[in-house]
Design a protein around this ligand. Sequence first.
Ligand code: PLP
Length: 389
Amino acid sequence: MNQFNKTINRLGTYCTQWDFVKDRFGKDDVLPFTISDMDISTSPEILLALQKRVDHGIFGYTRWNHPDFKNAIISWYQKRFDCPIQDSWIAYTPSVIYGIVKVLSVYNPQKKPICFITPCYDGFMKILSSNDYPTKTVHQSLDNGVYNLDWNELETALSQSKVFLLCNPNNPNGYVWSVEDLTKIIELCKKHKVIIVSDDIHMDFVYKPALFTPIIKVAQKMDYLDNVVIITSSAKTFNLSSLGGAYIICPNITKLAEYVYLLGNKDSLSSAPALFITSLITGYTQSEAWTDELIEYCHQNLIFVKEYLEKHLPTLSVTIPEGTYFAWVDCSKLGIPMSEIQDKLLNIGKVAIMDGDRYEESAPFLRMIIACPRSKVEDGLKRLVKSLL
Ligand SMILES: Cc1ncc(COP(=O)(O)O)c(C=O)c1O
């Protein structure tokens, strides 16, 4: 049996996905495809390492600033993305979102506008509005399988901004920014003196022939390294979000030192969770084969969703994304408003799937997580079809 087909009951673990689905959808008795985590166990290598670490029994203060942590990240970037990075560019952050907030405060203390592409991760809006940043957004539409972005509009928005907040691959539509895209982005940001902060948390979920390119790899060739920061994590890849921990890659050493000062001195958060350190090092040094199998499984799930809907409910359409574990389902041909779609999903099919509106998408789209056993994907699709047929 494929290891990812195994169903694991998550109820009773205080997990947001299953135990707290009512908070988002007002109902308990619904099959959840909501928050972005997996109903899949972490890798066997990480499980074993965590068990050994737990057996040790002492979980006192832990450091991240050592070669084992940094070399694990360096080797992952080399193996997976053919991207050399230096140990002096790396720092721990308690979470990707914390890292983004702090890096923005380092680079943009005057709170000038932040530019980003929509549809986008809902956390972006939350942190930018609650930290009082003005925003400039440019929409990327997905029309009949083609992603459209108006680069002139992006240039205008960038010319009025201090920072470009990129999400690569993009949550929720799965767009993977190509080398050509990244080159254009850097050219525009260089022209208008804009700092690039790239949230690469979904970087490992990219499906061939698409290729993930860390923006620093392109920036290196364009003499723009000092103005580019990556904030990312091993949490999505290995399903470790509740252990905490993420990391920053910032080639501008002066700015990185400012960030580390905020982390350690102002916020007193420099001791990293022990189980995070253990899991990152183990995953990045021992779980490459497991990761490859997981990516293939997610890709097959996406193909399954597309083929299932083509057969059973062709008014909905899915473009297989180049990246992420989300099916971004276009419901516009149904001709009914999203409120009605959601009502039917919750009350007829009893299934909870995120509304595209949450990600600043005005067309009726659903974002369905497919990083789960195939049987759950199939159950969810049956409920979806029953609701909307
Ligand atoms: C694009 C993106 N960035 C950041 C996060 C959250 O990361 P963290 O929990 O490390 O702050 C998520 C979680 O879904 C995400 O999709």
